[in-house]
Ligand binder design. Structure first.
Ligand code: XIL
Length: 375
């Protein structure tokens, strides 16, 4: 039998045996196909984990064994004002993850985006002092991580601290606290939940200069005994960039530092003029020429997307075990942030499930390249 057919049959048998008492689905699952290699996750929006989106709910339960919160654990949502925490949505996210026995990620604790202005200011709207900001950071991390201690298994502690050239981003965190804000964030998170895995997460780490900066940062943290467990490569990628060789080399280099490597925000942008970055502050003018597929993806692009996904998963699975998780940034094309970034209102096709929740050729391609397991 052809190797791919073998795999599909094996995956099917697994799905059937796992769900004997439930109605069985003929569709293979990502989590089963990659079992023993890495977890497969998805970032969820509130409609998905509060049960408002039943169709997507079914996909999530069938396909993934890890979840990340797309927005609900970001500072502006959980801690909108100095003495006000709002955990209503975050609690629902965690309940959903627990009910479905999923490995849960907390995203994120310290970032320059989606954080209210007051965090960096004193009572006179002047920059806060180092002491005040460190105490705010400690209080935020202890409260949020502490609330979900033993339930959320891994945290993106620091998100996007680097510039494209590998130097530290001049964020308010850096300007007010200084270089050691990163190590402080990790230490506070570790105090709040000593068992939690703690990650540094960023985009474009495949690019030489930024990768060098991240490797230097991670090795300095390790040398100082800072409790960092892993590095998240966001992998908001395009059809042709970065190359799988770059991705392969990046995973290998972080592995040499004895860090776990995770692909944390995977999607593949198929639209023209998509920049090689995931800088959320970028906003470009809309232009119909830059939205060429409003009514559907041409077959040639669909096939190119499937090939790109096959190449990506082949590369990731060459590092089974070192890569511990691959998480998609969304479930279906309908709810991807890529429809609105960096240009609002486009029709993008970055994920494995289409707008109706149907698996795309890219889904089959990802299943097909999964490592073959002994029967
Ligand atoms: C994005 C969300 O998907 C959007 O809904 C939100 O409006 C902006 O942020 N890198 C990250 C994620 O670490 O938190 C970002 O998520 C995408 C880029």
């Amino acid at each position: 039998m052809h190797r791919y057919s073998c795999l599909v049959v094996a995956s099917l048998a697994l799905v059937l045996s796992d769900t004997q008492s439930q109605s069985s689905s003929p569709q293979p699952s990502l989590k089963d196909a990659y079992q023993g290699c890495f977890m497969v996750g998805a970032a969820l929006n509130a409609a998905q984990f509060t049960g408002q989106d039943q169709a997507e709910d079914a996909i999530i339960k069938a396909q993934f064994n890890s979840v990340s919160p797309e927005n609900v654990l970001k500072w502006e949502i959980v801690h909108p004002r100095p003495n006000e925490f709002n955990f209503s949505l975050a609690d629902k996210y965690v309940e959903f993850g627990e009910q479905n026995h999923m490995f849960m990620i907390g995203h994120n604790l310290v970032w320059h985006s989606q954080v209210p202005k007051w965090v960096f200011e004193d009572n006179n709207a002047q920059p806060a002092s180092r002491k005040v900001l460190l105490e705010r950071m400690r209080h935020h991390i202890h409260t949020v991580v502490g609330r979900y201690k033993g339930r959320i298994s891994g945290w993106d502690v620091v998100n996007e601290a680097l510039n494209d050239d590998g130097t530290l981003r001049q964020s308010p965190w850096l300007k007010i606290i200084g270089d050691d804000y990163i190590e402080k964030a990790f230490r506070y998170a570790h105090e709040a939940d000593p068992q939690a895995q703690l990650y540094y997460n960023d985009y474009s780490l495949e690019n030489e200069a930024k990768r060098k900066g991240a490797l230097a940062l991670a090795s300095t943290l390790k040398a100082k005994g800072v409790p960092i467990t892993g590095v998240g490569l966001q992998d908001h990628v395009n059809l042709d960039s970065p190359t799988t060789d770059q991705i392969d080399a990046t995973i290998t280099e972080f592995g040499k530092l004895s860090l776990k490597v995770m692909i944390t925000e995977l999607d593949v942008d198929v639209l023209p003029s998509s920049p090689h970055t995931a800088d959320v502050s970028l906003s470009l003018a809309s232009d119909p020429k830059l939205n060429p597929y409003p009514d559907g993806l041409p077959d040639a692009v669909q096939q190119a997307l499937a090939k790109r996904y096959a190449d990506l998963f082949r590369t990731y699975s060459e590092h089974c075990g070192l890569v511990t998780r691959v998480t998609f940034w969304g479930v279906t094309d309908k709810d991807s942030w890529k429809n609105d970034w960096p240009i609002r209102g486009r029709t993008n096709y970055p994920l494995l499930f289409d707008r109706n929740g149907q698996p795309k050729p890219a889904f089959d391609a990802v299943i097909q390249v999964a490592p073959k397991r002994a029967p």
